[in-house]
Design a protein around this ligand. Structure first.
Ligand SMILES: [Fe+2]
Length: 213
């Protein structure tokens, strides 16, 4: 039986607030930092050269940006699947519905990113898929921030939020760098397999020179 404490008033789970001035990083800080980074990458890509622009010398840089986006997104969603969504299901009254919807959005995003890996910047299909992904990703970030975080935040104690933040930071060390759209999103299985999948992804990245374009 879950006996989570509820924090009211100013203690909203942001452990950086309050009179102590302590800089404890909690779950929401970690997720917000990831979201900021993804948004910055989306903005960079949006500002980049469109398909067929003839600016071929800019395409390797665009490829690196896309790879970085895929790596960040893949790792972020994988650790959310391990620690964030299970917590939403456990402690938020309608958490299963919220989690089902969020994870369905992530599944669509993982398929889009997986397809992107098969194309090169400058190809029309690549730019079309990328444009679709930009919208999908922004909607998803908004959904989590506006609908899921506010439902979860008051139901976690400061310690629980800090503990989840620490777990997510640790899990990201060996998180997958590729989307794996067909892999199971069952949290226990994800937690057990993610380090091996992440290590394999890194090996594939090194062999293929994926981040050295
Ligand atoms: Fe997400």
């Amino acid at each position: 039986m879950n006996t989570r404490r509820r924090f009211g008033g100013g203690a909203t789970g942001n452990a950086q607030k309050g009179g102590t001035g302590g800089a404890v990083i909690d779950l929401f800080d970690v997720l917000a930092r990831d979201h900021e980074l993804v948004r910055a990458l989306l903005r960079e890509l949006e500002a980049g050269p469109p398909a067929g622009a003839g600016r071929r010398r800019l395409l390797p840089a665009r490829k690196r940006q896309v790879d970085r986006l895929i790596t960040e997104e893949s790792g972020h969603e994988a650790v959310e699947g391990q620690y964030f969504w299970p917590e939403v299901r456990r402690v938020v009254p309608d958490g299963s519905d919220l989690a089902d919807r969020g994870m369905a959005q992530e599944r669509v995003a993982r398929f889009l990113l997986d397809e992107l890996l098969a194309f090169q910047p400058g190809e029309a299909a690549h730019e079309e898929m990328l444009a679709g992904f930009l919208n999908t990703a922004r909607e998803h970030l908004k959904y989590e921030e506006h609908q899921v975080w506010p439902a979860l935040r008051p139901r976690l104690s400061r310690e629980e939020a800090a503990d989840l933040g620490a777990r997510i930071i640790r899990a990201k060390t060996w998180a997958p760098t590729r989307p794996h759209p067909r892999s199971s999103m069952r949290p226990a299985l994800l937690r057990a397999t993610a380090p091996l999948v992440g290590a394999t992804d890194r090996f594939r990245d090194a062999v293929s020179g994926r981040h050295r374009h």
